[in-house]
Design a protein around this ligand. Sequence first.
Ligand code: AMP
Ligand code: MG
Length: 398
Amino acid sequence: MLSVEQTLEQILRRVNPLEAADIPIMEASGRIAAESVLARCDLPPFDNSAMDGYAVHSTDVRNASATQPVLLRIAGRTAAGQVAGATLKPGECLRIFTGAPMPQGADAVVMQEDTETDGDWVRVLDGVRPWENIRFRGEDLKIGAEVARAGQRLTPQQLGLMAAAGVETVSVRRKPRLALLSTGNELVHAGQHLGPGQIYESNRVALAALLQGAGAETTLLPMVRDRLEDLTALFAEILPQFDGLVSTGGVSVGELDFVKEAFQSAGGQLESWRVAMKPGKPFAFGHAGRTLFFGLPGNPVSAFVTASLLVLPSVQRWQGATHLGLRRVSAQLKERIVNKGDRRHYVRVALGADGQVRPTGPQASHLLVTLAQADGLLDVPPHGTFEAGAWTEVLLLP
Ligand code: AMP
Ligand code: MG
């Protein structure tokens, strides 16, 4: 049986980044930059006022105070979007507003709150240091500086920076197209009557949300009964149309578990079918031409955890991401966790307001409530114990 790392390596060997195309940055949130993106201008592009007030020669008003105000003549006025024409002479000031370019000659801005106006004159009631209240050209970012690295996921805050730096479009790789398949005679859609022995199908919904969140385009296939011929026909039809096919259920060793056989009958090559982890031991991986096949177990927690650890990194790699997998944070354990088994256990944990983590409750792989309550997974080694108070690394669920 392969380890999680070996399985992931085997999978990622087959994932090649998809084609790239330019898209407007307005549509690029959550996408992965395919190339490094450079600033088109300095930021700020020019020296400008940080305040509403008066642009001055700082030497004129260095010693100004409420008891010894300095009187300056208002030579003009400039607002954001305007450019002051004349050079400021000593003894003069320029009415200026936040974001307006600094006039030639001025080397500070007195804030409005420290002044009193009197017709064409202003009384300055407080001193300023040279360069006070000025925002300097290029202090935030220089023209040509990198505003996004190739392989970086574009966050809203980063897109704001890119827009400010004059970037209009960004090259991103296409979203991988994934088909989601659920198999099981017992499965029915939500909204339908639940007959004897039936359960509502839930894996496709959870997996679609998980994988879309990582940038995949997902297509839900109709539910399939546990019949080898039906499964084989569907595999043969679907495999050529997608970058990946993710199935759940029917991948174990039961008499009605036909997924592996159907995949192979449809021309697929199975590379592995078990992984040493809990939940999620039955996990099949293979390829059919350039389409990858992920055969996930049916138990909802097993399906979700294997998808998070083994499918999600592929979705990221297809888009050219440099960082693969769930984000990790370190957190202190609130209670002791023991893994008595001989497979590593991904324990569902919740992150408290105090920053500590604790298991969400019973961990059997059919229990959805403790999965829904989880903020992350804690990777506990076989026969391992984590003591209360220990610092551990948590894999954050989306
Ligand atoms: P299997 O892997 O097909 O043996 O299924 C294992 C368990 O997961 C069984 O209890 C199934 O009823 C359940 N199961 C399988 N597929 C789904 C699904 N799509 N949604 C919810 N439960 C499922
Ligand atoms: Mg089944």
